[in-house]
Design a protein around this ligand. Structure first.
Ligand code: GDP
Length: 626
């Protein structure tokens, strides 16, 4: 594909509101930054340095000119320019001369510094508001988001096809807005629980024929707790039984007084179904955003929040980043949680390639080595080395905290251990194919806690079960639950060696049932899955009328004709079924041992790729161990 064929869009780093310009407002931040020379109080004359510090930075922190510092260093026999770094000893000597003390600190300080990247300019611009839609189930959140997408003037460009990247950028004549695409307050609060505040407005959807319901109230509380202003969309006004005034009345009782009743809450009547009132609603939000003067500086390293992240079958880990400050560019080195890397490619919500993304722009980023969590900060740093340093430091920290979290057990012997008072807490590590499952499992498992035993999810994330997971489980006496994901051979071997119970499921209900039974000592006799062996697909043969046959190499164990098989791509189970054929050369065979090649066809399934792994397994009944 030539690059000309790729549709490249550049998100202008200055996505200010077009149209409306009410009176000349002085740009507040521009030019207001003067170099202030103040002498800090004695107690504050301490400079925190990790291992090294840049000359310019050292000077800045002491409030003196860099030249002074360079001169002093020269006096010490150290030739350094403003951009070079000196070690902590040199920094200490220089600082003393200026009446400062140098304090050595760990990487924590580097973390803090991440939070305050310097502005390249004081140029702040209006940025589009970011909106979350909340409300009671069936009141029309999803319908409203759909209706909003249809008002987008840019949607036409990409043929109206929108990608689900977790956020959606809407362009209107009066300005732009960004909607978080996952309605519901769980997503909103889960993100907030991780310290991320991305939403500027909550649109509270209330069905005019149903009125204020429990989740309506819950949504109000969530928005209030986050200090986010609420705009009410009274939906379904097309319905015969609609009573928008009643909604206003009930919401007033919850502290949301309509503007036209003397309050300060904006209410807009809409019908998501008939697409009426949608534009008014959006314009109200834009107007409100203008009043709030939501500003951001596009001229700095980008900083944002992970809105959604997943392991994409073809592209590996991808994450939607909502840029909140600065401009994100291709090639930027970044840290996102414990992950670090370089931005390899970016797609917008219409699926078009973008080269830059300014404040409030959601983009799907490629270039992550792993899947970060929704709500985690995404921060661009000056160079890859620094990104690596911070990422590695965080991984170490995470391991430390996870290791220190708790005390070894399997579901089968859980009941006995509880009875003997050996176990009061069951640590669980959850690995799944999507974040939603991690969250759902975490919630439903933790709910099973009783007075006798507390269930505690030590770690939950998206991706295959790794050696780190097994080690964490071993160290914390936890079990591992794999949901639609698998451990590879090496990892399974380690788990066996360490005695870690790895449970694999594909139905949430079965997970909770098993755990519940285990807690009551009823989990047995149990059906246990035994993996017979694995084969890697090295070539695909298309056979007319039959379909695709994988030219395989059995890497371990054996593959048998009678076993069940599952197809695994990047650690994720993408199909579970039966072999349709197992052949060596032209002959049908019953089994193929490790080290041999064979052809495997999968019953009713054709979408195989080279590199996929076929795992053969059987179900075995295990007697109760009581
Ligand atoms: P959610 O659970 O809040 O996301 O609600 P949905 O968007 O899934 O809508 C629930 C039901 O209400 C669906 O059957 C919609 O077709 C219907 N609905 C949504 N908005 C309207 C509307 O404005 N008018 C009417 N008559 N029905 C609507």
């Amino acid at each position: 594909m030539s690059s000309l064929e790729l549709k490249e869009r550049v998100f202008k780093p200055v996505p200010a509101f077009r149209g409306k310009r009410r009176g000349a407002k002085a740009a507040p931040a521009a030019g207001s930054k003067k170099t202030e020379i103040t002498v800090p109080k004695a107690i504050k004359r301490v400079i925190k340095v990790s291992d090294v510090i840049q000359v310019g930075e050292l000077a800045k922190r002491m409030g003196i000119k860099a030249g002074e510092v360079i001169k002093k260093l020269f006096g010490l026999g150290i030739m350094a320019t403003i951009n070079q770094s000196v070690d902590i000893d040199a920094a200490t000597l220089v600082a003393q001369d200026f009446g400062y003390e140098v304090e050595r600190v760990g990487m924590e300080i580097v973390e803090e510094m991440l939070e305050e990247t310097a502005d390249i300019s004081g140029n702040k611009v209006l940025r589009p508001p970011v909106v979350t839609v909340m409300g009671h189930v069936d009141h029309g959140k999803t319908s409203l988001l759909d209706a909003i997408k249809q008002t987008d003037v840019a949607a036409g460009e990409a043929g109206g096809i929108t990608q689900h990247i977790g956020a959606y950028h809407v362009e209107l004549d009066k300005g732009d807005l960004v909607f978080l695409d996952t309605p519901g307050h769980e997503a909103f609060t889960a993100m907030r629980a991780r310290g991320a505040q991305v939403t500027d407005f909550v649109v509270l959807v209330v069905a005019a024929d149903d009125g204020v319901m429990p989740q309506t109230v819950e949504a109000i509380n969530h928005a209030r707790a986050a200090n986010v202003p609420i705009i009410v969309a009274v939906n379904k006004i097309d319905k015969p039984g609609a009573n928008p005034d009643k909604v206003r009345q009930s919401l007033s009782e919850h502290g949301l007084q309509p503007e036209d009743w003397g309050g300060d809450t904006i209410f807009v009547n809409v019908s998501a179904k008939q697409r009426t009132g949608i534009k008014e609603l959006l314009e109200m939000i834009i107007l409100q955003a203008e009043v709030m003067q939501l500003m951001a500086n596009p001229d700095k390293f980008a900083k944002g929040t992970i809105i959604e992240a997943k392991l994409d079958k073809g592209r590996g880990p991808v994450a939607t980043v909502l840029v909140q400050e600065g401009t994100l560019k291709i090639g930027d080195p970044f840290v996102a949680g414990v992950h670090y890397g370089r931005v390899r490619a970016m797609l917008d919500d219409k699926g078009a390639k973008v080269l830059e993304a300014g404040p409030s722009m959601p983009v799907e980023v490629q270039g992550l080595p792993g899947v970060p969590q929704a709500g985690e900060r995404f921060v661009v740093v000056s160079d890859e080395k620094k990104a690596k340093e911070i990422g590695t430091y965080r991984q170490m920290k995470q391991r430390e905290t996870e290791l220190s979290k708790s005390s070894k057990v399997s579901l089968e012997d859980l009941y006995n251990k509880i009875k003997e008072g050996e176990v009061k807490e069951l640590g669980i590590i959850i690995k799944a194919d999507v974040h939603g499952s991690v969250e759902a499992l975490t919630e439903s498992l933790q709910k099973l806690s009783t007075d006798a035993i507390k269930l505690k999810v030590l770690h939950g994330s998206v991706g295959a079960i790794t050696e780190t997971d097994v080690l964490l489980a071993a160290a914390s006496n936890a079990i591992i639950i794999g949901f639609h994901v698998r451990p590879d051979v090496k990892v399974q071997a380690l788990a066996d060696e360490e005695g870690v119970d790895v449970r694999l499921y594909s139905i949430i209900y079965e997970v909770t049932e098993d755990v519940k039974k285990a807690m009551e000592g009823l989990l047995a006799p149990t059906i246990k899955e035994v993996v017979l062996g694995r084969a890697e697909i090295r070539e695909i043969f298309s056979v007319p009328k039959i379909g695709n046959i994988g030219g395989c190499f059995v890497t371990d164990g054996k593959i048998t004709r009678g076993a069940m098989i599952r197809l695994i791509r990047d650690g994720i189970v993408i199909h579970d079924g039966k072999p349709a054929s197992l052949r060596r050369f032209k002959d049908d065979v019953k089994e193929v041992q490790s080290g041999y090649e064979c052809g495997i066809g999968i019953e009713n399934y054709n979408d195989i790729k080279t590199g996929d792994v076929i795992e053969a397994y059987i179900h075995e009944k295990i007697a109760a161990k009581l």
